[in-house]
Ligand binder design. Structure first.
Ligand SMILES: NC(=O)c1ccc[n+]([C@@H]2O[C@H](COP(=O)([O-])OP(=O)(O)OC[C@H]3O[C@@H](n4cnc5c(N)ncnc54)[C@H](O)[C@@H]3O)[C@@H](O)[C@H]2O)c1
Ligand SMILES: [Zn+2]
Length: 391
């Protein structure tokens, strides 16, 4: 054993240490058919079989029952290396599952009943809400069971799937109970998006616009050029847009120096301070991606008025969101009400209020206060743009 470098005389020590972590991302075409051979090796095991439990968003199955049939077939063909410890469980999709403490308790009880341990696997197939809720239970049980995420919305494939957070809502607040936990693997599969309703299909691209504004003028131009093709669900536009978004998110998490958000700044939350408030005010009538579209529109206009973002880039941003058929404005967007969201955002982050704004496309700036007069003007400008006739 290496000798301990500290003397017994030392009474206080500040020790830095880091832990090697790995996040496995697989981009597949049809993961429960031909591409199963990319999934199976993820489920490594010390013994003969990996022990696996599967949770699935009910709406995914309702829209495409073949997914369940295909997955069940693959599982039974793989019985040499994989043991499914209980039948595939269907759970309610959308924010409902995050608002329902009984749903989490059911997952805990199943994990206990089936005797899963830290080397077992929980596979979760669903939208961001189901990934968040099942991921939360997986992170808490035994202090962490290996989690393999199969995101089934564009939002979860472009953004949250590779995130290291999971959460449920509590005390009337979003994501109040949650943990940081790195997923074992994320499988971004094209076929899982094929039956996604148009509204949810479009919603995820607000996160792609967001991250491109923060990180990449080239990715932003691509989205501007391809917005109509994305809405038409042309895979030649959709797949690169999702791919570049997920890679930028992944790079930020793995190389940004602050995966567990210990510093004040959270650049990936551009546009989110008002978005979180709007989601709540609308009682989740607005999808997360739609609220983010409005939040990004608002903070982009504000960035133009206050932080020098070029006017043409501001207009391009509003236009690309409009071309993606995402909302820019909502009746809930009232200045005084959403300003309350700033304080909630600060509390959630802890410390000083820190909000990310743009100086230019690809160049962000962290600010610690919001000029309420300019923000009110921004709300008005976004409202006018949203009402203007499409040319
Ligand atoms: N952990 C993170 O880092 C992080 C980041 C961003 C967002 N989120 C969370 O993700 C949630 C939003 O996720 P989302 O936008 O993916 O929406 P969602 O999970 O709410 O799904 C939207 C709807 O689509 C359904 N659905 C999902 N996939 C489908 C499919 N393939 N076919 C048919 N229906 C399908 C769902 O059941 C739901 O009704 C929010 O709770 C948000 O807070 C988490
Ligand atoms: Zn988001």
């Amino acid at each position: 054993m290496a000798s301990i470098p500290w003397s017994v005389a030392e009474e206080s020590l500040d020790v830095n240490f880091s832990v090697p972590l790995q996040l496995r991302l697989r981009c597949t075409r049809n993961c429960f058919l031909d591409d199963w051979d990319q999934v199976l090796p993820l489920l490594k095991s010390d013994s003969r079989q990996a022990r696996v439990q599967i949770w699935m968003d009910r709406n995914v199955v309702d829209n495409n029952p073949a997914i369940l049939t295909n997955l069940s077939r693959r599982i039974s063909e793989s019985s040499d290396s994989l043991e499914l410890v209980a039948p595939i469980a269907l759970v309610e999709g959308g924010e409902q599952i995050k608002n329902d403490p009984d749903a989490i308790e059911t997952i805990f009880q199943s994990i206990d009943r089936d005797g899963l341990d830290r080397r077992s696997y929980i596979l979760v197939i669903g939208g961001g809400a189901v990934l968040d809720a099942v991921g939360y239970a997986a992170a808490i049980a035994h202090r962490g069971i290996r989690l393999v995420r199969f995101p089934t919305t564009t939002l979860a494939q472009a953004d949250s799937g590779v995130g290291v957070k999971n959460a449920i809502n509590a005390y009337g607040k979003k994501n109040w109970k949650g943990t940081f936990a790195v997923p074992w693997a994320v499988v971004n599969d094209q076929s899982l998006l094929e039956h996604l309703p148009d509204r949810d299909f479009r919603a995820g691209f607000s996160e792609a616009v967001k991250v491109s504004l923060l990180k990449s003028p080239a990715a932003f131009r691509f989205l501007c050029d391809q917005a109509h093709a994305i809405v038409a669900r042309d895979w030649n536009a959709v797949l690169p847009a999702i791919r570049s978004s997920v890679l930028m998110h992944l790079h930020h998490i793995t190389h940004g120096g602050d995966p567990f958000e210990m510093q004040e700044a959270r650049p990936l939350d551009f546009g989110h301070w008002s978005a979180h408030k709007l989601e709540h005010l609308s009682q989740f009538r607005l999808r997360h991606g739609e609220a983010v579209s409005i939040g990004v529109a608002l903070d982009t206009v504000y960035s133009h008025l206050v932080h020098g973002l070029d006017r043409a880039d501001m207009q391009r941003t509003l236009q690309v969101l409009r071309d993606l058929q995402l909302p820019l404005f909502d009746q809930e967007l009232d200045a005084q009400t959403i300003f309350d969201g700033l304080e909630e955002f600060r509390q959630h982050l802890g410390g000083r209020l820190t909000v990310t704004m743009l100086r230019a496309v690809g160049q962000s700036v962290n600010v610690h206060s919001i000029d309420q007069v300019a923000m009110k003007e921004s709300i008005e400008m976004v409202r006018e743009f949203s009402l203007a006739k499409v040319s």
